[in-house]
Design a protein around this ligand. Structure first.
Ligand code: DHB
Ligand code: MG
Length: 219
């Protein structure tokens, strides 16, 4: 399909199944106005995360990579009122935008934003109740580190989602020298080989282009 065709289909699916949503659209608008990159998940993908939270009965969600909290809002809406999303953001300025977006969406009371690099923050989460759903969407070079923490901070049955697993087809380029793509490849290889996970991945075509999402369960 051409970009025109798949964008039309994505617009149709979004309009038919999701419609307009002022809190989510406001989050994207404020994120863009602050000059942050427009790399939040597509609406159909956000709703997918929301449905995964509901289908799995998640009460505790871990997100690595907050940005403007677009996906955070979707997942927070999918857990009970006394549930928690712990979301990790490295940049204080970005965390402030995320906080405002979460509060405006009415889910601020369900979300803890933890400031810092994933590799520094994740060890501080040990000893808590396990997470039921983990969404990995940060620096791709660290995907294997984040997957390791997802297994350690989860339990048997924890759902793990990794964003950006196809990257315009580059994931299947064995000669790539792009460290982000290599990070994605290492993460997928880990999901295929590490006995702590049972996994698959799906290609996606939406307004963000040709990409994909990996889905795993902790064994
Ligand atoms: C990039 C990162 C993302 O998490 C994403 O969803 C899209 C793009 C990036 O770094 O380019
Ligand atoms: Mg992403």
């Amino acid at each position: 399909p051409t970009p025109d065709q798949w964008r039309r289909v994505d617009a149709y699916l979004t309009e038919t199944l999701i419609g307009h949503d002022p809190a989510l659209e406001g989050a994207v608008a404020d994120q863009n106005a602050a000059g942050l990159p427009a790399i939040e998940v597509a609406p159909v993908n956000g709703k997918f995360l929301h449905l995964l939270a509901r289908i799995s009965g998640a009460r505790r969600v871990l997100e690595i990579g907050t940005l403007g909290a677009y996906s955070t809002i979707w997942m927070a809406r999918g857990i009970p009122d006394d549930g928690r999303v712990v979301t990790i953001e490295a940049e204080p300025r970005i965390a402030e935008i995320a906080r405002a977006n979460l509060d405006r969406a009415g889910v601020g009371h369900k979300v803890d934003i933890r400031l810092g690099r994933g590799a520094d923050v994740l060890p501080t989460l040990e000893g808590q109740e396990p997470f039921d759903l983990v969404f990995i969407d940060a620096d791709k070079e660290s995907n294997t580190v984040y997957l390791d923490w997802a297994a350690r901070l989860g339990r048997s049955g924890t759902v793990v989602v990794v964003d950006n697993t196809v990257r315009g087809g580059e994931v299947a380029n064995p000669a790539t020298e792009n460290p982000q793509i290599i990070g994605v490849q290492r993460g997928l290889e880990m999901l295929g080989r590490d006995p702590r996970f049972d996994a698959t991945a799906l290609q996606t075509l939406d307004l963000k282009g040709w990409d994909g999402v990996a889905l795993a369960v902790v064994t």
